[in-house]
Design a protein around this ligand. Structure first.
Ligand code: EPZ
Length: 421
């Protein structure tokens, strides 16, 4: 099995370019099922989750060609299958995002109910509430979920929680519904805006993404077009924390800094220097980082996907920090692993109290999810000795060659194949 070995590294220095956003590429790939002409996507990250989503699209009858670096061509004219295979659904929860497009194109969609995962049960009740409001019948039996209808009719839908996936799925289902659909309390993440811009290029009529009210006017059909995926704000935040935790000086390129305001603000509170310059951000670490409190919230609050990485930094900051997770039930799977590296963290319900320590020590640890894995790598960069991170398939789902890009910044990190224990 593969592991990532991290040794204590010097302050990171140099430049790193951020890839297209995983959490924009996945819904936009799913939305490509709505188009009936050629679609070209640029800056699609070459990560495992994108490979799985391309396999899902092919299994439904779409033609998908991976061209040059980050370029993907899709044509869904001959879409002919409404059933998402269990093995694919099981590999990636985001496969759920094909339900809306299939309902819009074929009037039906069947897939297995997505399982939970390390960070929580992750129900889909809000997705289904939206489909029902648009007139779909929903049947769940034997672990499968089927949605079908002769016609989708626009309606007003209130989301009890600003769910990113539910907002995206309902937006896509409503693109060709009769009349207007209004989504209230919609998620406001930048990836929702990117999806709106992509769908409107195909001929959809959507307004309001980025606010809590999105209006979708149904159209007859969607065509094709080309679109460049926005930069990955979470990957950018991850590399910014890598610079901070090592006291380094790194320029992070291809960043929309307005998408990561909370992370920039919190790094500055820690005492890190952050210099925004167009589409790049320079991060200069400090030798005397200070403890700060973090509370994760839906966008534009501090992103839940950055909590684990930031907590790794907080384990080295003088004083006590409180990290409160409000989005997922259980986003503290990395805490026990960080404690094995000498971190001083106590969990109390949805809060984690982090007391800074003088020195972390390398240990054998395991990634429980994508962002927890990234956090363990960041901690390994400053831990005395060697840190061996297992279950790195989680990390490969969302980061392109994370160790190669960290090596380019001076990190002592490598990928190894070891015997299964
Ligand atoms: C998206 O997941 C992202 N994934 C997640 O990133 C991210 O953490 C999350 O949004 C929040 O920002 C993709 O975009 C592919 P949600 P999603 O629906 O859509 C509850 C990463 O590391 N909920 O906003 O699944 C749910 O249980 C991943 O890149 C319902 O109750 O997130 C959770 O507590 C991890 N009912 C909360 O809402 C529903 O029908 C947020 O979930 C749907 C969600």
């Amino acid at each position: 099995m593969e592991i990532i070995l991290v040794e204590k590294s010097p302050p990171l220095k140099g430049k790193v370019r951020i890839n297209g956003a995983k959490n924009s590429a996945l819904p936009i790939l799913a939305a490509s099922l709505l188009g009936t002409e050629d679609i070209i996507l640029e800056d699609v990250p070459r990560i495992k989750d994108v490979e799985i989503m391309c396999e899902v699209l092919r299994s439904l009858g779409a033609k998908v060609e991976v061209l040059d670096e980050g370029l993907i061509k899709i044509n869904s004219k001959d879409l002919n299958n409404h059933v998402t295979r269990y093995d694919l659904m099981n590999k990636m929860r985001a496969s759920l995002l094909v339900m809306g497009p299939l309902l819009a194109r074929l009037g039906k969609s069947k897939s297995s109910l997505p399982g939970g995962c390390a960070i929580g049960t992750r129900p889909i009740d809000l997705h289904l509430k939206g489909f029902k409001a648009l007139g779909a019948n929903i049947e769940t039996e034997h672990g499968n979920i089927e949605a079908y209808t002769d016609k989708l009719i626009g309606d007003k839908i209130y989301l009890d929680f600003p769910s990113v996936g539910a907002t995206e799925n309902i937006m896509m289902a409503a693109t060709m519904a009769e009349g207007e659909t209004i989504i209230d309390n919609a998620a406001m993440e930048p990836e929702i805006v990117d999806l709106q811009n992509f769908l409107n290029k195909l001929g959809a009529d959507i307004r309001g993404a980025g606010t809590s009210t999105i209006k979708i006017k149904g159209v007859e059909k969607l065509g094709g077009g080309s679109h460049q995926i926005i930069p990955d704000r979470i990957e950018a935040g991850t590399f910014m924390v890598a610079a901070a935790i090592t006291g380094g000086d790194v320029i992070v390129d291809n960043v929309i800094s307005s998408h990561i305001k909370p992370v920039i603000a919190k790094l500055k509170e820690v005492g890190v220097e952050v210099i925004e310059n167009g589409d790049s951000v320079r991060v200069i670490g400090t030798n005397n980082p200070k403890a700060v409190d973090i509370k994760t919230l839906p966008y534009p609050g501090f992103p839940t996907d950055m909590a684990a990485q930031f907590m790794a930094l907080l384990t080295t900051c003088k004083g006590s920090s409180v990290v409160i997770e409000t989005v997922f039930e259980n986003r503290f799977m990395h805490v026990d692993e960080l404690k094995r590296m000498g971190a001083d963290i106590k969990i109390d319900g949805k809060s984690a109290i982090v007391r800074g320590v003088d020195q972390l020590t390398g240990a054998k640890v395991k990634a429980s999810d994508l962002r927890a894995g990234a956090a363990l790598i960041l901690a390994g960069l400053v831990a005395d000795g060697e840190t061996e991170v297992g279950n790195i398939y989680h990390i490969d789902r969302g980061y392109v060659d994370i160790e190669g890009r960290l090596v380019n910044l001076g990190a002592r990190i490598s990928r190894k194949i070891v015997e299964e224990e």
